[in-house]
Design a protein around this ligand. Structure first.
Ligand code: SF4
Length: 64
């Protein structure tokens, strides 16, 4: 599983990187999934799901 960020929607608020710093990093004011982020652990998957929930513009999705 991987996370995706819709760069057209992202407003760079940084919330996803705050709550899941192992999964998201802000680059040039836009969130980007960390390449090596592995969602196979329950903790990481939970953090990714939380980011999906809190993103104010619904820019994050999880790909199965
Ligand atoms: S929470 Fe959403 S809008 Fe904010 S930086 Fe992350 S992807 Fe972008």
């Amino acid at each position: 599983m991987k996370v995706k960020v819709d760069k057209k929607k992202c407003i760079g608020c940084g919330v996803c990187a705050d709550i899941a710093e192992k999964i998201f990093v802000l680059k040039d004011g836009i969130s980007e999934p960390v390449e090596s982020a592995d969602l196979s652990s329950p903790e990481m998957l939970e953090a990714a799901k939380m980011a999906v929930e809190v993103c104010p513009v619904r820019a994050i999705s999880i790909d199965k």
